[in-house]
Write a protein that binds this ligand. Structure first.
Ligand code: PEP
Ligand code: MG
Length: 760
């Protein structure tokens, strides 16, 4: 490791210093360097941490304790993590290092209140992200508390989750270090967030949201902030929405914060003057110009001083900013299908005709196949785009591509015959088109589509997110969704490449349970305190056939109507019990936010039977959240009976509900145009089910693809749905539409009252 000082101030940090100061530290240094008013800070570098390990003599013991650890063995992982953390906290920071930290702290002022944040960093992979896995300590004051917090940040590098994540990502623990950012806490009088361009359309409009007190209230969504729109073309504030700001977060004493009521005269008063909006927009402009992409900033104002606290790219923008669509610069259209995952990708065509072809797919290729299946997921991770012959918006390729943020076009009917191996093409996953040639300026693969939510909107209708791959959990959480409305575990299980029956036959049940528990835990950890509805296994027999143990899968004429969902679990109690065991362990570990949802339920008896089987496995069924998918018309027709049987929630699986209501195969491209989510019969079934759930106060949600369509979301809100769950890429736009619809409904109701009162 190169010789770097133990402490670096913001003035000293350069972009290349990520290995020493971590992503957070480097970003602050860079922001300072380009002239943004960043609160003062210093970084205790990764080198300081390694010197601490070396000089205190704990280094070898620490890494020996982690070597060869089986991170899938939960007890061993917890124990190793505990020992490592205790070891780091058991020794004193060397005196010379303590002095440097005290001196740097002294430079910030006379015992100022600071935030102490971890910033983990990998020596050889500076871009690796370990966000959210290590600790942050706010409102720290005085040398004693500061030194202790720094040491605690160091110890948090060995939290169980962090060790697990590194092992899974193939990082050697020795190569991962930790820097600690110590930053003055600004006592904001007003604060908020700012998008330097419109977060959805990319128009040159700066959107600023703000409220009174510390920024937490706006970021966490506990207050309806004011909204200001500044048009960069005219240099004018073109829109202002002043909200009633009822509460604010303020510092409490020297430590901690508290939420108080906003004084009456400030509640409806604008937080920002036009001059302040312009000044903030100016800083936004500096950030966007320097970073080259629109930014999502956090800002604060204290007295006359402006501060920019954080800047990160907005990744919700789907069209290229201020320009014509990228694909328009490419050649002629070669094939057409359904745009299943937004974004644009160019590369060489790699056709998979047989699973053995998967090995030939290279980073940045365009994967072309009849249809994807779970064996292809590793290849799907590295390609620039995916094109299939078959399938619709809810097929395997579509679901997995959306989660991976990889552009995809499905149901082209002929991509594998029209496209040639090695041919260069450009895929537009929004429009469903595949063009000849490469775009003039190759667009960045939009890996991070919707990784950051649009401004926090508060909606009475919860807007949740669907997850299928645990690796997508952090992107899903970054949308700010109100929970997970559907975690499909079959993708996790199919990814193991062995059927549950294989594990049972080979007496490896424990392995299966641990895999399942670990995968679900990653998602639960990404959504602390928010509901996560995990669905029991729902894999049609044809999907199991390619896996080890799949040889015995029955050949069904129509797997969609066959042995899947709860009906299969009830007939295969061993398979069901394995899943329940994983859920039970999570409940026992304190994950009270875990709810379980049964798929393909057609009769209340199936729900009752599943509940009884869970009880036999030792689950306290009355005190956990159990619900059903409404995806067979029968379950909608009998919804009242299900409520009597004790469901705590119902969620429309419209992908199936539509196909079973209007008899149109969801995966058959020949009838794709007849697959109509808004078919009047489908809408009628949904409406009637919602009304009955409302009568009984049972949460009614949607997790099918239709819930990701803003128009459908509007209809559902108008008809009284309690929550929606959308794909990662759709959360922001759905939330936006839900908010607008709710506001419109309130306004219309108020106008009606007003009109009535006016008449009287
Ligand atoms: C549905 O049917 O709408 C659903 C969400 O389940 P899946 O797509 O997994 O069948
Ligand atoms: Mg379904």
């Amino acid at each position: 490791m190169k010789k770097v000082p133990e402490i670096l101030t913001l003035e000293e940090i350069k972009k290349e210093d990520i290995p020493s100061v971590g992503g957070k530290g480097a970003s602050l240094g860079e922001m300072y360097g380009i002239g943004l008013p960043v609160p003062r800070a210093f970084v205790v570098t990764a080198q300081a941490f390694r010197r601490f390990l070396g000089e205190t003599g704990i280094e070898d013991r620490l890494f020996a304790g982690l070597a060869g650890l089986n991170v899938e063995d939960n007890a061993a992982l917890e124990e190793a993590s505990k020992r490592a953390r205790e070891l780091v906290l058991s020794v004193a920071i060397p005196q010379h290092l303590q002095k440097k930290i005290r001196d740097a702290y002294g430079e910030l002022g006379s015992e100022p209140v600071v935030a102490v944040r971890s910033s983990a960093t990998a020596e050889d992979l500076p871009d690796a992200s370990f966000a959210g896995q290590q600790e942050t300590y706010l409102n720290i004051q005085g040398n004693g508390d500061l030194l202790l917090s720094i040491q605690r940040c160091w110890a948090s590098l060995y939290g169980a989750r962090a060790i697990y994540y590194r092992a899974k990502q193939g990082f050697d623990d020795r190569s991962v270090n930790i820097a600690v950012v110590v930053q003055e806490l600004v006592e904001a009088k007003k604060a908020g967030v700012m998008f330097t361009s419109h977060p959805v359309t990319g128009e040159p409009l700066t959107i600023i949201e703000g409220s009174w007190g510390l920024g937490e209230a706006v970021v966490s969504g506990s207050v309806s902030p004011d909204k200001y729109v500044f048009d960069q073309r005219s240099g004018q504030v073109v829109d202002r929405l002043i909200s009633a700001k009822l509460e604010m977060v303020v510092p409490e004493g020297k430590k901690g914060t508290k939420t108080i009521e906003v004084p009456a005269d400030m509640q409806k008063a604008p937080v920002l003057t036009d001059t302040e909006v312009k000044e903030l927009a100016r800083f936004g402009g500096i950030a966007e110009t320097t970073y080259g992409v629109p930014q999502d900033l956090e800002w604060a104002i204290s007295g006359k001083d402006f501060y920019i606290l954080q800047s990160r790219p907005i990744t919700t923008i789907r069209a290229p900013v201020h320009g014509k669509p990228v694909a328009a610069t490419a050649g002629k259209v070669l094939v057409e299908g359904q745009g299943a995952s937004p974004g644009i990708g160019s590369g060489h065509v790699a056709i998979i005709r047989h699973i053995k072809d998967v090995g030939n797919v290279k980073e940045g290729d365009i994967l072309v196949a009849k249809m994807t299946n779970p064996d292809m997921v590793p290849a799907m991770r590295k390609v620039a785009a995916i094109v299939t012959d078959e399938g619709g918006m809810t097929c395997h390729a579509a679901i997995v591509s959306r989660e991976l943020g990889t552009p995809a076009v499905v149901g082209t009917k002929k991509a594998t015959s029209v496209l040639r191996q090695g041919q260069v093409v450009t895929v537009d996953g929004e429009k469903g088109l595949v063009y000849e040639g490469k775009t003039e300026a190759p667009p960045q693969k939009e890996k991070a589509v919707a990784a950051v939510a649009s401004a926090p909107l508060i909606t009475a209708t919860s807007v949740k997110v669907n997850v299928s791959l645990p690796e997508a959990a952090s992107r899903a959480a970054a949308t700010g969704a109100d929970g997970v409305g559907l975690l499909r575990i079959e993708h996790l299980i199919l990814g193991l490449n062995k059927t549950p029956m294989w594990y049972i036959r080979n007496k490896k049940e424990e392995e299966f349970i641990t895999e399942l528990e670990g995968g679900i835990r990653i998602v639960l950890d990404a959504f602390p305190g928010k509901p996560v509805w995990v669905r029991t296994l729902d894999a049609p027999t044809d999907e199991f056939r390619n896996m080890a143990g799949g040889e015995d899968e029955p050949h069904e004429h129509n797997p969609m109507l066959g042995w899947r969902g709860i009906r299969r679990d009830l007939q295969s109690p061993d398979q069901f019990r394995l899943q329940v065991e994983a859920f039970k362990r999570l409940w026992q570990a304190g994950y009270n936010n875990l709810g379980i949802m049964f798929p393909m339920v057609s009769h209340p008896d199936e729900f009752i039977q599943a509940k009884c089987m869970m009880e036999e496995c030792g689950v306290d069924v009355e005190n956990v959240t159990l619900g059903i998918m409404v995806e067979i018309p029968a379950s909608a027709i009998l919804i009242e009976d299900f409520i009597m049987a004790g469901i705590k929630f119902a969620s429309f699986g419209t992908n199936d509900l539509i196909q079973y209501t209007i008899a149109v195969d969801r995966n058959n491209e020949n009838v794709a145009t007849m697959y109509r989510p808004k078919h009047p019969a489908v809408l009628k079934i949904i409406d009637e089910t919602i009304q009955i759930c409302r009568d009984y106060g049972v949460e009614c949600s949607i997790c099918g693809q239709a819930g990701s369509d803003p128009e459908m979301a509007e209809w559902l809100v108008e008809h009284g749905i309690s929550s929606l769950s959308a794909n990662i890429d759709a959360v922001a736009k759905v939330r936006d539409r839900v908010a607008r619809t709710e506001q419109r409904m309130i306004l219309e109701a108020a106008r009606r009252v007003h009109a009535r009162e006016g008449v009287q």
